[in-house]
Design a protein around this ligand. Sequence first.
Ligand SMILES: Cc1cc2nc3c(=O)[nH]c(=O)nc-3n(C[C@H](O)[C@H](O)[C@H](O)COP(=O)(O)OP(=O)(O)OC[C@H]3O[C@@H](n4cnc5c(N)ncnc54)[C@H](O)[C@@H]3O)c2cc1C
Length: 389
Amino acid sequence: MDLTFSADELAFRDEIRTWLGENMPTESWAPMDTQEGFEQHRGWERILFDAGWSVPNWPHEYGGRECSLIEWLLYEEEYYLSGAPGRVNTNGITLLGPTLFTFGTPEQQDRFFPAMASGEEIWAQGWSEPDSGSDLASLKTTAVRDGTDFVVNGQKTWCSRGAWADWIFCIVRTDPDSERHRGLSYLLVPADAPGLTRRPVSRLDGEPAFAELFFDDCRVSAENLLGDEGAGWSVAMATASSERGLNLRAPGRFLAAATRLVELYQRTLDDGLITDAGLREQVISAYTDATAYRWQVFHKASVLMDGGSMGSEASYMKVFWSELDVELHATALRLLGERGELTHESALAGDGGDWLTGYLFALAGPIYAGTNEIQRNIIAERVLGLPRK
Ligand SMILES: Cc1cc2nc3c(=O)[nH]c(=O)nc-3n(C[C@H](O)[C@H](O)[C@H](O)COP(=O)(O)OP(=O)(O)OC[C@H]3O[C@@H](n4cnc5c(N)ncnc54)[C@H](O)[C@@H]3O)c2cc1C
């Protein structure tokens, strides 16, 4: 086992570290989950793209650097450690992107990748419905072929940043007589399609982060079908694997939070504000878990680079990072005591209220990308081979 990085990998890491050091925005922006913040963050996507840092692991022809998976993980670490702005097009770049590379036609790839990489077109995920979340295969939104179009009817919900996104990747039922996983298709829907109405919905922290989508005889060109008609479930599972595994939540995010947690502990200790000796153990445990997740992912990346696959293991990674994120933020709030309960609007809020904001979002981690109960079912049945009942 070789736990050292190559000279090329370290040079790559230093390059992004230097670039971020020189190009980080100095002004503060509205939160990404508000309309104003959404557009400000779109501008940052363009800056990253122009410098070749939006999609470093993509091919050169779409603005990438063709970096390796290990280099991409180092990039993510540097990105989060620097405190750079959140990526408003994450759902496009990290979820739809890999699926489009696998299932997209050359025409679709040429059409969608450049604008996705530059942030000109920002994507949202339109999968969940009011009665179909965990049991996605029960979804009811239909898309019926009419000439060169599909006519879509139904409702989607919990669509992150769906109120302002430019495009939405949806799963719809194209065979009305089908049941469950059969007869579904993966459709790329322009947000300005006639017959599509979007309504913002507020999250726990009050930001209008979600949208409900209403499709009333909404016409979408059949050119926007990703993969074969009726084969949408297998296309969707490729996206789900990206969502649970490395792509959506690379370890850099948690390593950065764990590093900030250790700094917070040190400051609180220096100020003589540690009242519970057990907090030290909790900080050590959270930092150790973040580091363990990092090495686990580097190990998995090596396996993938040797031609291995991700498969159901994405499920235990998803359970691990989502529970780690909650614990990291909960430990910070315990360190901050009463100051941790104040939002960023109060001058007395500990660390500007960032830990509280992060904690509220971390609580969603065990729910989105497939709930942790569902992931545990998958681990039990497909990884451990336990009987279904
Ligand atoms: C922050 C956030 C962002 C999101 N963004 C998007 C998005 O952009 N696009 C999108 O389409 N969706 C999005 N979602 C929705 C998310 O995918 C669903 O919330 C999730 O799939 C769960 O579905 P549900 O809410 O309908 O809960 P349900 O499926 O109704 O589940 C309710 C509870 O029952 C449990 N449960 C259900 N079935 C089983 C079972 N078989 N075994 C054991 N337990 C079970 C679940 O674990 C859960 O605890 C987002 C959610 C959150 C929180």
